[in-house]
Design a protein around this ligand. Structure first.
Ligand code: ATP
Length: 319
């Protein structure tokens, strides 16, 4: 293994730059040539490819986004598109590829592996929706961004005696809502994985109000949807003025937390190690304090699961 390619794909997440840096620096340390591919699989097909050196990744560990840029590629979904990608891989002499992205990007990496290109995946997504790993890169930063927003919204909520529904990202996964809700002391957390009861949400609000609470925060995962309808129903049932804040893309940006930078650095270096060991078709993850690697086939077999114990804890602590 002499030449390693690296790309970021799908939605960006804070910490992707730290992962790129780790691939580049640990690759060069181990005597490899590192090739950066811009704009994910789209850039691979189009040949947006250049060699990286130590300076290419200077001053990026603290930056959000991805300096390699990211994209979604319809063309790569076709056999013809993937053949173009293989052509570029051969032209640039890439012996192995590190793909930083979510499950879609992993499926692409698996396809390349089937076509003879050794690939390793690094989980870069704020959603934390890959069940084989406890954390994905960017999730911790996103949770902290939501926490910051909760603090600000709570201030103004208290002044006006309002309830606030804060809709957070995560697509079909409720982890951002759950962790930010627990850390931020939200009264209720509504996630797609668990059926919710509007009357329970309302009775918590009323109990809080009766105890003299001036503010109420409800964390709503985007996968549930219907923030405005829920808000109207709460107002109707409780008489408490209720506002909706949709945090949106601010959750995808910002400087990564120390946790995400460290996770990304460890995974980037491990990806290079795995390729040098002749391993392929594997995705990196974290279990406890250990960096693990799992076959892509097992990644896609993992069933949906949700941390119900933490959800119950959040419920208990918000009575
Ligand atoms: P995020 O979780 O942030 O959305 P993602 O990696 O899941 O990230 P996708 O848009 O699903 O994002 O996938 C990124 C790219 O990976 C796609 O644009 C496509 O080029 C490629 N890809 C996705 N699914 C497949 C597949 N089944 N086969 C081949 N390539 C795929």
């Amino acid at each position: 293994m002499k030449t390693i390619g690296v790309l970021t794909s799908g939605g960006d997440s804070p910490g992707m730059n730290a992962a790129i840096r780790a691939v580049v620096r640990s690759g060069i340390y181990n005597g490899c040539k590192i090739i950066g591919i811009k704009q994910g699989y789209h850039g691979l097909i189009k040949g947006f490819i250049e060699e990286m050196n130590l300076s290419s990744v200077a001053d990026i560990i603290h930056r959000g986004g991805t300096t390699l840029q990211t994209a979604r590629s319809e063309e790569f979904l076709t056999e013809e598109g993937r053949q173009k990608a293989i052509y570029a891989i051969n032209i640039f002499g890439i012996d192995g590829l590190v793909v930083i992205g979510g499950d879609g990007s992993y499926k692409g990496a698996q396809k390349l592996n089937e076509l003879g290109v050794p690939t390793i995946g690094i989980p870069g997504t704020i959603d934390n929706d890959l069940r084989y790993t406890e954390y994905t890169i960017g999730f911790d930063t996103a949770v902290n961004t939501v926490l910051d927003a909760i603090g600000r919204i709570r201030d103004t909520s208290a002044s006006h005696g309002r309830a606030n529904i804060i809709e957070v990202m995560g697509r079909h996964c409720g982890d951002i809502a759950l962790y930010a809700g627990l850390a931020g002391g939200a009264e209720s957390i509504i996630v797609p994985e668990i059926e919710f009861n509007i009357d329970q949400v309302c009775s918590k609000l009323i109990q809080g109000r009766n105890r003299g609470k001036l503010h109420s925060i409800i964390l709503l995962a985007e996968g549930v949807g219907g923030a405005m309808d829920i808000s109207e129903e709460i107002e109707k049932k409780t008489g408490i003025e209720t506002r909706v804040t949709i945090l949106g893309h601010i959750q995808r940006g910002g400087s990564p937390t120390a946790f995400d930078r460290i996770l990304a650095s460890k995974m980037g270096a491990r990806a290079v190690e795995l390729l040098l060991e002749g391993k392929s078709n594997r995705a990196l993850g974290v279990k406890g304090l250990e960096i693990i690697d799992v076959d892509f086939t097992d990644v896609f077999k993992q069933e949906e699961s949700f941390d119900t114990r933490t959800y119950e804890l959040a419920n208990i602590l918000s009575i």
